[in-house]
Design a protein around this ligand. Structure first.
Ligand code: THG
Length: 487
């Protein structure tokens, strides 16, 4: 089990608590049902699977052993062995391949003397509950004292503190209004004071209340904010998973928001039950695939390899541009999002660099486009996307940046004799500056076609202020250039 600042998700569904169907499966020795629960949880994003098959009317030792054995055959996720029976724990540890989570030990002397020798003998990372002979303390400070006691006993058994994860015990807020707060305070305190990892079975917090998901997912977020390393939770819950993915984005733990986007697309797919398989069918080792997926390094090396057997311009027309078209289309249809579009543009740029190196000076370049965000407007993300896409399609783009005076745009168009100028405005307040620039260009550089774009513009309005083209997005603008070049 690997811990990082991203919390580990431990699926809680292999557990009979409150579940008639699961109890029935246990009584009928229906292992298939349990295996299905494992596969489904792994599919939904659980990293580790908690395995709790304790039921008074069954032979827990036997059932736990069969489950541990069979589960390892169908999923590769580490298991968290959840039992209060020492004998069942020992048998399960004996047949487990690898390092399991041991759920659990606590501050009672008898329990520590039973569990620590097992952990020492078989290996495993131990979840330690902050309770002891006197029960569950009502204060964070007392739970810390139990944690310290557990650490000192573990040390006597030769168990390193990095193999102890503290559970500060989630209790139902419906029974005690301070329950959640005490748990969170204890979590933070124990993490700070001991430096150990932490875990909570978060679902318990909402016991006895309606719409349990609402409360549990918010508690989960608060716990992560207080340093939670792992959560025993329900991976089928959309609210829980959205809390997890949102947390990662908001804490810069999700590069380019990719795991968030992927999660949202799976949610959409499940809702509409439409499966997008076309993308998956694309051969993974092609330049097209590398650009579509935004794999910059791969795009560079695959392009270099392709250049050994294919003419540079053919690569542009048959691989790079179709890839950008594909991503552009996916973007329009809201199947891919801004971070992915930018990654694809970067990957295409990388491929383009390799192509450029092979081409005689200037021959790859199409016309010059002067691009700018108009005076008074400092939002340049839209302009930057359009610029990247135009460059990828081979245009010579002169970027004047943002908040650009009409006179400078005119000057630059005249200097390069540019047949195109592309103007961006995000805010309503800066549209007059756009109109002013268009008027100036139409008067002093009538040969120059003016493209405009930006969130507040519409086709009609663009016409009204005298633009030659309203680009509804980056791809639309590039298509205009491509058509104009052919004409
Ligand atoms: N800490 C540690 N281990 C634990 C817990 C903990 N193991 C067990 C439990 N708590 C975590 N697992 C669950 C599993 C199910 C539920 C809650 C916690 C649950 N069940 C619903 C119920 O009881 O009403 C029924 C579920 C359903 O049918 O949807 O909520 O805290 N170390």
């Amino acid at each position: 089990v690997e811990f990082s600042s991203i919390p580990v998700l431990i699926g809680e569904r292999i557990n009979p608590t409150g579940k008639k169907r699961f109890k029935q499966a246990l009584v009928e020795n229906d292992i298939e049902y349990i295996l299905k629960e494992a596969v489904n949880q792994a599919d939904r994003g659980a990293d580790v699977l908690d395995v709790n098959v304790g039921l008074p009317e069954i032979d827990e030792e036997k059932m736990l052993c069969s489950c541990v054995k069979e589960l390892q055959g169908v999923v590769s996720n580490p298991l968290c062995i959840d039992t209060s029976s020492k004998d069942a724990m020992e048998k399960a540890l004996r047949i487990y391949n690898g390092v399991p989570l041991i759920n659990s030990v606590n501050g009672k002397k008898e329990t520590m003397d039973a569990v620590f020798p097992l952990a020492k003998k078989y290996g495993g990372v131990i979840i330690a509950l902050t309770l002891d002979e006197n029960g569950i303390p009502n204060t964070a400070e007392e739970r810390l004292q139990i944690a310290k006691k557990i650490l000192s006993v573990a040390k006597e058994y030769g168990i390193d503190k990095k193999n102890i994860i503290f559970d500060t015990l989630t209790m139902a807020v419906s029974a005690d209004k301070n329950a959640a707060k005490t748990t969170l305070d204890a979590l933070k305190l124990i993490k700070e004071e001991t430096g150990c990892y932490t875990v909570l079975g978060v679902s318990n917090v909402s016991f006895g209340l309606p719409c349990r998901d609402f409360l549990t997912s918010t508690f989960f977020t608060l716990a992560m904010e207080n340093g939670l390393s792992a959560a025993i939770m329900n991976p089928y819950s959309e609210k829980m998973m959205s809390a997890y993915h949102s947390y990662k984005v908001l804490h810069a733990l999700d590069e380019n928001c990719l795991s968030y986007i992927d999660f949202c697309q799976n949610v959409e797919d499940t809702k509409s039950s439409v499966k997008e398989t076309a993308e998956q069918k694309t051969d993974a080792n092609t330049l097209l695939y590398a650009i579509v997926k935004g794999l910059k390094e791969d795009a560079g090396t695959l392009c270099e390899k392709l250049l050994e057997s294919k003419a540079p311009l053919d690569i542009v027309n048959e691989d790079i541009i179709p890839a950008l078209d594909k991503v552009g289309k996916a973007f329009e249809e809201k199947r891919c999002f801004l971070p992915q579009l930018l990654m694809s543009a970067e990957a295409a740029k990388e491929a383009f660099e390799k192509i450029k190196a092979k081409l005689p000076e200037n021959s790859a370049k199409k016309s010059t486009v002067v691009i700018a965000t108009v005076k008074g407007d400092i939002h340049d993300i839209g302009k930057n996307i359009v610029k990247l896409l135009m460059q990828n399609y081979g245009y010579n783009v002169i970027d004047l940046g943002k908040d650009v005076e009409p006179s400078l745009i005119l000057e630059t168009v005249l200097k390069y004799n540019a047949p195109y100028a592309a103007l961006s405005a995000l805010m309503t307040t800066t549209v007059p500056a756009m109109e002013e620039t268009i008027n100036l260009l139409n008067e002093k550089a009538p040969f120059c076609k003016v493209l405009v774009g930006g969130a507040v513009l519409t086709e009609d309005y663009a016409k009204k202020i005298g633009a030659d083209k309203y680009g509804k997005d980056a791809l639309d603008s590039v298509r205009y250039l491509e058509d104009a070049e052919k004409a």
